[in-house]
Design a protein around this ligand. Structure first.
Ligand code: NDP
Length: 253
């Protein structure tokens, strides 16, 4: 059912990792609400598919590669205009053999890659796009953190929880720096959301999470997308530096 309320008309939005899962749902909902949307993904075919589904622009972009970030952002600006909304959504949660590696087994390369995608990738996009937002005194940034950035769960590895905790801190810091320049920065902490990432573990693991989720189910990507639309739309004009759980009550802190 397409969204009819054009809350995001006149805004250009860029969503990283937008080729599938939560990112694709955010891109689609922002587009349905009137934004001009760019779908960036490391996988060009996924980006094209998700962009085609919502009438957006597709760009291949590996968020860990600054040259790739620069060229994708330049292409978006040339095609759609200056970027108003940055959704730092791309993220990975490696689970070799279906479970997260404990510290004594984690390969250094796996640590480096998670830091590069989940944390430095967000910095790369924000560093590229905030000068324009500051100059125009207008912008919205949403960082996709996780409830595992606030409390411990054996579901994820220490690299993942470290990056998601860091994103919550970055959100506060950037909100402080950018607020005086008219740019709002917030984070979303999803709980268990049924995407390809959630299917990296055995079904029994997800069933155990759901058993500990007060609302008794996993979330849908669209439910996270609604939170992203709220935080980048006209109803959240005085909301910055906050983290919004979309978790059905799982891991409340
Ligand atoms: P998915 O794995 O389903 O989708 C992630 C997307 O990001 C994929 O299209 C993937 O592309 C892309 N991506 C991965 N690495 C890069 C990169 N280096 N540059 C650009 N794009 C990249 O994940 P979800 O939709 O489930 O998760 C989205 C976000 O939400 C993540 O930040 C995740 O940590 C967070 N989250 C998810 C939860 C869940 O339960 N699903 C819970 C809490 C947080 P490719 O196919 O090429 O890898």
């Amino acid at each position: 059912m397409p969204e009819q309320i054009q809350t995001h008309a006149g805004r250009v939005a860029l969503v990283t990792g937008g080729g599938r899962g939560i990112g694709a749902a955010i891109a689609a909902m922002l587009a349905a609400r009137g934004a001009r949307v760019a779908v960036l993904d490391a996988d060009a075919a996924l980006a094209r598919e998700a962009a085609a589904a919502c009438g957006g622009l597709a760009e291949r972009c590996d968020v860990t590669d600054r040259a790739s970030v620069d060229s994708a952002c330049a292409a978006v600006e040339a095609a759609l205009g200056p970027v108003d909304i940055l959704v730092n959504n791309a993220g990975i949660s490696p689970k070799p053999g279906g479970r997260a590696s404990p510290i004594w087994e984690m390969p250094a390369e796996e640590w480096d890659q998670v830091i590069a995608v989940n944390l430095t990738g967000c910095w790369n996009l924000a560093r590229r796009l905030t000068p324009g937002m500051v100059a125009r005194k207008r912008g919205w940034i949403v960082n996709m953190a996780s409830v595992s950035g606030k409390a411990w769960t054996p579901l994820v590895g220490s690299h993942y929880s470290a990056t998601k905790s860091a994103l919550i801190g970055l959100t506060r810091h950037w909100a402080g720096e950018l607020g005086p320049h008219g740019v709002l920065v917030n984070a979303i902490c999803p709980g268990r959301i049924m995407t390809p990432m959630a299917r990296l573990v055995a079904p029994a693991v997800n069933e155990a999470i759901i058993a500990n989720t007060p609302l008794g189910r996993g979330g849908e990507p669209e439910e996270v997308a609604r939170a992203a639309c709220f935080l980048t739309g006209p109803d959240a004009g005085f909301v910055t530096g906050t983290t919004l759980d979309v978790a059905g009550g799982w891991m409340m802190t």
